[in-house]
Design a protein around this ligand. Structure first.
Ligand code: WT7
Length: 650
């Protein structure tokens, strides 16, 4: 994603910004710049006002404690419970019969839970967790498909003050094991299996091999979803249904300190080991409650559908905590968009009258490719607002989304944020901001973003630089679980007192932010973050592999496709079979999303004289660009040989 590409195709001079319709604006929660003005005048009092919308069992003493940067603390001294804010508060306000959660299974089975019903389920599972001796501060790992029980389990953790660690259901048992070991979880909540494209994917039985290695796990709770068998172990394994049958349906929420840990979510970084991103309760809830309300312009009769998986931060913040803290109706769908037909999403929009729809550019590009007739045959008139997240949206996809899904009348909020930021940071306010396709526009009120050069000076219009946050924000990560040093040097060492996002960006003359993508060795594959080093360490773990270098090759639908350059050990020959085996090997170590699209064997990798692998050159080769300066290489011949071999294979 280059500056030139945006600049040429859609510079601000060439494109007339899209403005919200008079109708949209007349009903919008934010219609003018009042929120921005208020936050500009006094950022902390802005966030204090936002925090006052939640129920606190004890009010905070300070909005922000910045005495020990970058270990910032928000709403210190305040006490609240997250599940009480997401459930009890609404039931007490007369919303008990409002739908909280709509679930649709891949096969078309459905469930709808009101706020009262969801509260009851959460109380029951809270009682279950207590019975299984989970205490305040203990960790619980949740590895599940997109079923209501997953959400019940998460909210129950927050009710009793346990820390949840949700592991994406598509990650392999190996990856699950690493995350269980790191978080030292006492309980694993899982399912017997998942449905995907009409097939059954076993989960609990697949975890069998790693469970004996997870010493911290005392109990495993398994939801029955697919009827896939497994061998329960006495005293450790429990069926969700059995435990819930006689669980107490009342459970008082534990009052939690605003800075008590709420959850850990593992995310890829630039080393082989994923980072355990730690969020705490008070600031996080204030951040996601406020951004959900204003970015998605929450109206009481909205049906909100965020298509992410609960295993990612988008699922945490905008399927669960943001919508439920606002008393919204949130929807989840178990399956994929093209099964049984390529109009499955539009069928669901029609069926449930979805009003606000939030998805990723990679999905939008697939919809485009599948053809306009799929959305065209469905009634999408309930939609009033669209959202995009996960990677830069190319203007072509933006325009298609606007026309074919939004039917020309829905504003699109392109929201930039990260697992680390917890909440949306750069985004339009749909009733206020003029939209430019491809730009996430402006920082949310109370958020201070900037683009700086190598020395940390703000860049001028049109000049590329690094995207940073100049001041702390309530939903920010607090540290990396068990590794505060890595927290310091990953995010706070590039610039003194400034948060480094890892993204490159530029700003246009109107102050809109244009995100160019990661500047580190992190890939964005279909909106999911994969570390090159993680894939490389999985590859070198294979007995035939000597060395590996992984790059992201620009891909029309996925954003990046993983391409691996591999050297083999003495005496081993590369073959199609071995390439297939290596792909499978990575899938087993991490999960299908990390499986390389392409494995290319070479006798050597391009390295600098100090031995550093030059991934940039491999990217140039894969994308068939001219190679720049190769004189710093240890052996300039290598790169020419790889280039010839690779080009020949294409
Ligand atoms: C990275 C964060 C937070 C949601 C899901 C991804 C990229 C995210 C956008 C956007 C351009 C975006 C960035 C960021 N990204 N949203 N609207 N425009 N880029 O979470 O896995 O933590 O990845 O996703 O590169 O750093 P994540």
């Amino acid at each position: 994603m280059s500056e030139e590409k945006h600049g040429k195709m859609f510079s601000d001079e060439q494109v007339k910004p899209f403005l919200p319709s008079a109708e949209f604006k007349s009903k919008a929660l934010a219609r003018d710049d009042k929120l921005y003005k208020k936050a500009e005048k006094d950022r902390l009092s802005f966030w204090a006002d936002m925090a006052a919308e939640l129920d606190w069992s004890q009010k905070w003493e300070a909005v922000l404690d910045d005495s020990n940067p970058p270990f910032y603390r928000w709403f210190t001294g305040g006490k609240l419970n997250i599940s009480a804010n997401c459930l009890d508060r609404h039931v007490n306000n007369g919303l008990g019969d409002k739908r909280a959660l709509i679930f649709e299974g891949e096969k078309g089975d459905t469930a709808q839970l009101t706020y009262s019903e969801l509260l009851e389920e959460v109380c029951k599972f809270s009682s279950v967790l207590r019975k299984l001796e989970v205490d305040k501060g203990d960790a619980v790992t949740i590895w599940m498909p997109m079923v209501p029980e997953a959400i019940v389990a998460m909210l129950a953790c927050t009710r009793i003050g346990a820390v949840h660690s949700v592991v994406f259901g598509g990650f392999s048992p190996e990856a699950l094991k690493d995350r269980i070991l790191d978080s030292k979880s006492k309980v694993l909540v899982t399912a017997d299996g998942a449905f995907r494209r009409g097939k059954t994917i076993p989960m609990r039985v697949a975890a069998e091999e790693i469970l004996p290695l997870c010493e911290s796990i005392q109990s495993v709770v398994t939801v029955e979803r697919t009827g896939t068998g497994y061998e329960p172990m006495d005293g450790r394994d429990y069926r969700w249904e059995d435990l819930m049958a006689d669980a107490d349906s009342c459970f008082d929420p534990e009052p939690m300190d605003a800075e008590d840990p709420l959850f850990i979510l593992y995310s890829s970084g630039t080393t082989g080991k994923p980072k355990g991103i730690l969020h705490t309760g008070g600031g996080y809830l204030v951040g996601v409650n406020t951004t959900f309300k204003y970015v998605f312009d929450h109206q009481p009769d909205d049906v909100f559908w965020c298509t992410a998986d609960i295993g990612w931060i988008t699922g945490h913040s905008y399927i669960i905590y943001g919508p439920l803290s606002n008393g919204a109706t949130t929807m989840i769908y178990e399956g994929v968009p093209d099964y049984p037909e390529r109009d499955r999403f539009w069928e669901l929009v029609e069926k449930y009258g979805v009003t606000v729809f939030y998805t990723a550019p990679t999905a939008i590009r697939s919809f485009m490719r599948w053809g306009n007739h799929f959305p065209a045959k469905r009634d999408l008139s309930s939609l009033r607002l669209l959202g995009s997240v996960g990677e830069p949206i190319n203007p072509e996809a933006w325009i298609w989304y606007h026309e074919h899904i939004g039917r020309g009348k829905c504003p699109i909020v392109d929201t930039w944020w990260q697992t680390e930021t917890g909440m949306i940071m750069i985004t339009p306010l749909p009733g206020v901001t003029p939209l430019k396709p491809g730009s996430a526009t402006k920082p949310f009120p109370g958020v201070e973003m900037d683009i700086v050069d190598e020395k940390g000076n703000s860049t001028g219009p049109g000049q590329r630089g690094f995207l940073v946050a100049k001041s702390p924000w309530p939903a920010m990560l607090r540290t990396l679980h068990g590794d505060p040093d890595r927290y310091l040097y990953t995010y706070w060492k590039q610039y003194e007192g400034i948060y480094f996002t890892g993204d490159g960006a530029w700003r246009d003359a109107d102050g809109n932010f244009w995100i160019m993508g990661r500047v580190d060795d992190v890939l964005n594959v279909s909106g999911h973050r994969i570390g090159t080093m993680e894939v490389e360490s999985a590859l070198v773990d294979h007995p035939s592999v000597a060395e590996a270098a992984v790059i992201g090759k620009v891909h029309e639908i996925k954003g990046h496709a993983i391409t691996a350059f591999v050297t083999l050990k003495e005496g081993i020959e590369g073959s199609d079979e071995l390439a297939a085996e290596l792909k499978k090997h990575v899938g087993k170590a991490i999960g299908a999303i990390a499986r390389p699209e392409e494995v290319f064997f070479t006798y050597e990798l391009p390295k600098t004289r100090s031995g550093k692998i030059m991934r940039r050159l491999l990217r140039d080769i894969a994308e068939q660009r001219d190679l720049g300066d190769v004189t710093t290489l240890m052996d300039p011949q290598v790169v020419a040989a790889i280039k010839d071999g690779y080009t020949e294979k294409q």
